[in-house]
Design a protein around this ligand. Structure first.
Ligand code: 3HC
Ligand code: NAI
Length: 699
């Protein structure tokens, strides 16, 4: 049963019980209407309470039903809400913990609402590329006021129940209970008190106006426009709330419905729903059961206070965990701590961090030059120079001093984690934690599972990742792991595009129009062109058969390493990030092209984008086939959260599926005819060929 019916004196209680968040799936909807009928048929019952078991009132419509027939099966959510609103006996919603989406819409259909303090209340549909589709855009403005309701609907952000209850004139909550524990009893008392009240109050009957009328909505549209690029749902939310102020309730609901259905079919919503599921799936590891006992992580040590070590430490300080930072020399330690301090002070200045929180975080930070001081830490993350010899020394020391059971993590971006693990006598405790720079900002964390990494270490670091608000994706051991291994092919292809006739700005513009946060050349300027240069130099000796465009090497030979030197593919003015095209670089690209005897050709934006994105997709297919990534959706998450791939396209793998793998393969075969590319570049991954032959896709 996904909802239970009980009777307490004159009050019937319908308790939603559909873990994990009481999603309003078909069975639950049916159970609610059954309960309503039973209560109305029972003359001893005078009022009805609807509440939720477990950790939510309700997280809304069951997302897993979207795109299936079940979502529409009667009673659909709108019919359930109508049945509540039209009930002959008063219905009270007793709300706690989480009340979101369809869950809030259901509560708005009730005649009375009592909420526990601390409950997260939201209409988050916009985050799935939708608008609330069960009356939320029509009822919330009536209950809360047009402006606060529109803000909630357009942002999708959750607000605490007690904050909403303080809004002047609000009719969303009739009462906030004294505590979460007293909610059930107070809901019963309220239900008894209003049992005989008639007529029953309905949110739909409340007035809905904004004093500035349509002028306000024009203002709202202008505000939303920037955020709405590539995400059509936001402007539709404004339209729907405006409809609430202009149309009858019934017509407003129809307008909302039509837009909801259209958005549900949009590629943007499909992509965002894919990412919602993919993010949650990424945290699960097939052979690591959900109930694997976790190691207790209460304190951290970080080795190396450079670019990465400082940022990594901040993540844990932010989460309230003490961190001990170790360096070789006092001045390096002082420099690292000063940067952490400066980062926090900048946040305080911008009003993003309160002074007392800043002090609290800094008080959790301590430092040392001695490994002996690390022995109490539950987990240590190494972020020293990227040299195997240095890593060996560090892991020998860690093996010597860390307590048994401590997790030993490396932030290496290119080295073999198996080798690093074998520098210790406890390879089962060693794992890769590949943070992205700036480590205190970037959401992605690649968790690198070495051959011997213990299952409970994997389970623990996935849980730690959640605690520090990172989106973790598991990668096997290989050169570059998932993300950088793919980006290397993308970078190679970007170089070929220059050799054939493009300018860096033309490539970047095409890719940014597609939706990437940054094109490949701006991204390389940000990361530092010297980093990919070092990788290429390694490749030239390891894999001399692999072809690269030489333009990037020529650029580096001029010392144009990117933003940090004020010059890279573009020029930069100190303190600013704007990329200013440089005529000498464009001439250097042209000269190199000429030296190869290539007559430049005009390459269209579509070809630029396809060649770059399919470079990612082909390498990803190898990665999947080799088991480096367990699921295609993990790769999508890595690219959206770590590499600026446009979220509204759902990641490279979903994009390839949407284009159709047959078409992807055809395009690759066409690109392979180009005599200027590396002949092997477009050799399709066997997995891609197989999926096309079987008529399947990645996801
Ligand atoms: N339907 C079905 N399952 C849901 C769900 C929903 N609405 N919301 C969350 N879940 C599932 C997740 O998939 C996950 O499942 P898993 O354990 O199998 O991976 C599980 O609940 C726990 O989710 P989280 O890991 O996100 O747990 P948290 O405790 O961190 O967060 C939450 C809970 C705040 C409810 C968060 O899951 C969330 O924001 N959910 C989305 C809520 C939402 O978007 N609701 C609107 C749905 S659309 C709608 O209602 C349409 C209507 O207007 C017609
Ligand atoms: P960095 O050069 O900024 O910092 C390294 C720090 O380690 C220096 O402060 C140095 O004094 C210290 N150090 C060196 N040897 C040490 C030792 N034996 N004991 C204690 N401290 C020692 O380097 P960065 O960029 O922070 O990189 C660190 C690691 O993170 C490398 O493995 C790198 O590959 C990896 N990484 C770097 C990323 C980046 O964008 N910079 C991204 C992801 C991973």
């Amino acid at each position: 049963m996904t909802a239970h019916y009980t009777v307490n004196g004159i009050v019937a209680v319908i308790t939603l019980d559909n873990p994990p968040v009481n999603g309003l799936g078909m069975a639950t909807r049916l159970a609610i209407t059954d309960g309503l009928q039973q209560a109305q048929a029972d003359s001893a019952v005078k009022a009805i309470v609807i509440t939720g078991a477990g950790k939510a009132f309700s997280g809304g419509a069951d997302i897993k039903e979207f795109g299936t027939d079940k979502a529409a099966v009667e009673p659909n959510l709108r019919s359930v809400i109508l049945a509540i609103e039209n009930a002959s006996k008063p219905v009270v919603a007793a709300i706690h913990s989480v009340c979101m989406g369809g869950g809030l819409e259901l509560a708005l259909g009730c005649h009375y609402r009592i909420a526990a303090p601390g409950c997260s209340v939201a209409l988050p549909e916009v985050k799935l590329g939708l608008l609330p589709g069960a009356g939320g855009t029509q009822r919330l403005p009536r209950a809360l006021g047009v402006e606060p309701a529109l803000n909630m609907i357009v942002s999708g952000e959750a607000i605490k129940s007690e904050m909403l209850a303080m809004l002047p004139g609000q009719k969303l909550f009739d009462k906030i209970s004294a505590s979460a524990d007293s909610l059930a009893a107070e809901a019963l008392t309220l239900a008894q008190a209003i049992a005989d009240t008639r007529p029953l109050p309905r949110v739909r009957d409340l007035p809905c106006k904004h004093p500035q009328g349509d002028g306000y909505f024009q203002f709202a549209r202008n505000m939303v426009k920037g955020m709405a690029k590539n995400f059509p749902a936001r402007l539709k939310c404004v339209d729907a709330v405006q409809a609430a102020t202009q149309k009858s309730f019934e017509d407003g609901v129809l307008f909302e419905r039509e837009n909801f259905v259209n958005l549900m079919l949009s590629p943007e919503s499909r992509a965002l729903r894919h990412l919602f599921a993919a993010e949650r799936a990424a945290s699960k590891i097939k052979d690591v059961p959900a109930d694997t006992p976790l190691r207790d992580i209460k304190s951290l040590a970080v080795i190396g206070a450079g670019t990465m070590g400082g940022g990594i430490a901040m993540n844990f300080l932010n989460a309230g965990l003490p961190v001990k930072l170790l360096e070789m020399k006092q001045d390096a330690l002082d420099r690292g701590i000063a940067i952490i301090r400066k980062n926090y002070e900048a946040q305080v200045k911008k009003g993003k961090l309160k002074q007392d929180k800043y002090e609290q975080r800094m008080s959790l930070l301590s430092s040392t030059l001695s490994y002996a001081d690390l022995s109490a830490a539950d987990m240590v993350i190494e972020a020293v120079f990227e040299e195997m010899g240095v890593k060996e020394k560090v892991f020998n020391e860690l093996d010597r001093v860390m307590k048994p059971g401590a997790i030993l993590a490396t932030n290496t971006s290119t080295l073999d984690v198996n080798k690093i693990a074998n520098f210790t006598q406890r390879p089962q405790d060693v794992v890769g934690l590949h943070f992205f720079s700036p480590a205190n900002v970037m959401k992605l964390l690649e968790v690198v599972r070495a051959d011997m990494t213990a299952k409970d270490v994997m389970a623990t670091v996935m849980s730690v990742a959640k605690k520090i608000r990172k989106t973790a994706v598991v990668s096997g051991v290989c050169d570059g792991f998932i993300g950088n291994r793919m980006i290397e092919q993308y970078g190679r292809q970007a170089g070929f595009l220059l050799d054939e006739g493009c300018t860096p700005a033309q490539v970047d513009k095409a890719v940014e129009k597609f939706g990437f946060a940054m094109g490949p050349f701006r991204m390389s300027d940000l990361a530092g062109n010297d980093i990919s240069w070092a990788i290429r130099k390694r490749r030239y000796s390891e894999k001399p058969e692999m072809k690269y465009s030489k333009t990037a090497d020529l650029l580096c030979e001029q010392g144009r390493f990117g933003q940090k030197t004020g010059a890279g593919w573009y020029d930069y003015v100190a303190g600013k990030r704007d990329a200013i095209p440089n005529a000498d670089v464009v001439a250097m690209v042209a000269e190199h092209r000429q030296s190869l005897g290539i007559t430049p050709r005009k390459i269209g934006d579509d070809e630029i984008v396809q060649r770059l994105v399919f470079s990612l997709v082909n390498e990803a297919a190898h990665i999947l086939q080799e088991g480096i990534a367990a699921k295609a959706s993990d790769i999508d998450i890595a690219y959206v959260f770590g590499y600026g791939f446009p979220a509204h396209r759902g990641g490279p793998m979903l994009y390839a599926d949407q284009v159709g793998l047959f078409n992807v393969l055809q395009s690759m075969q066409r690109f392979a005819l180009n005599p200027l590319d590396d002949a092997d570049f477009w050799k399709p991954a066997p997995l891609l060929v197989r999926l096309v032959a079987e008529g399947k896709n990645f996801n």
